[in-house]
Write a protein that binds this ligand. Sequence first.
Ligand code: SF4
Length: 505
Amino acid sequence: MKIWLTSDNVDWDTSRYHYAAEQMMLTLFPLEKPEYPEGPAPTSLVGEHNAVIFTLHRGKKLTNMSALVFRGDRWHNGVVRFPSEKLDETPEAVYHTVQRALKQSFYNAGSALLGHDLPWGSLTGVRPTKLPTRALLAGATPKQAQKELEKTYHVSPFRAQLAVDCAGESVKAVRSLQPDEVSLYIGIPFCPSRCVYCSFISAAVDKCLPLVEPFTEALCREIQATGALLRDTGRAVRTVYMGGGTPTTLSAGQMDRVLSALEAHMDLSRCTEFTVEAGRPDTITPEKLAVLANHKVGRVSVNPQSMEDAVLARMGRPHTGEDIRKAYGQVRSAGQFAVNMDLIAGLPGDSPVGFARSLEEVMALEPENITVHTLALKKGSRLMENPEELPTDEQVENMLNNAWTALRSAGYAPYYLYRQKYMSGSFENVGWAKPGYASLYNIAMMEELHTILALGGGGVTKLVWPGTGKIERVTNPKYPQEYLRDLEKLLKEKAALAGFLRETR
Ligand code: SF4
């Protein structure tokens, strides 16, 4: 799609807005690629079939942003106005105003040409909850926050309500987190085998069994070093999340050593939530669950993704729905865990009826949390090669809509949500919780509410600057081999975070 950004009376750095234009273009017309022809925008687009001309024009009181979109043999002009005095604010404020107007004008024209609205309207980001959270913190009522999403950003009422519900939980999290607190993410990059849709950093354990023991040793060293760093900088751990991969790929003894290292080197006295993902039922044993129960683990995630045996087989999972039920029973009899269960809408071979059946079976087990993901087609997953095996967008929407109605009537409420790139149909992942069981780690991580330090394989440390919302990222090595090779360098990088941790306490 050819893109021009022009103005007859405003001096703007148009290259700063390419990203916003491309995000909106991909949301409206996912198969397009951006082109920026040289020279001024043409005065006539006769003969062009795929183009957008943005024009920014400052008037005395109001400034217009128009997006003239050509698609096939049709065109539409979307216009958004804002007070001209907004162009006299700080450069950052001007950037946000113009960027918002650009996206909305493009959306208005594009959705008119498509003939329908999109589920998230003109919102293109991964975190649609951020806007209503900001509105609620500024004193808006939930109704006002919802109205803003619907009127200004054209979000569907269904999704606007979802976002505002989640924003309510974010506000509670903001008020509960203390300035000196951080959370920990511990990545265990091993799985018993690889699922077809997976693009995570996980090594099938049968291929790299010899690496698991040295990885465990190295992780304990990183835990010790991070514990010293937190002590020296006066930081407390508020939540711990062990993910992966599948953490319960570790043996009971290895898991015991990791959890003992955490208790020995970290001050966990203010830790209110400790989650371990036991995602695959083929990794869950009574011995491992006893280890989790003996330490401070209070939340466990058992992730069926589907309860349909045929769907599980097509995912490359060597277990059945019955295995999930057994694993769930073992978790319940091993300790007082809050349990999360993940389902995925849109898996190959699944249908709205099959998905509804999976959800019903999971709800019958009464876990405290259910997380409904939408299949994200990512580069690197085997599914990307055969997308025709997947349910249609309409079917996925049907699965989600029915799931949300069923979850609400069973007493679950949404508490966090996020979107991913390449997500089928521009949908989202939503965490649901029974009252009192919203996961603080999930909210803090997704809404970037405070600093999260990543340890182990594949995690990303996010340093959140209080007040400004500025985020810096430090990536841990992805694969176990790299982690072991780069451990010394990694420990030095961790030690160098001391300045940030002290300054932002
Ligand atoms: S269990 Fe999760 S992390 Fe492991 S291969 Fe399957 S999808 Fe990937």
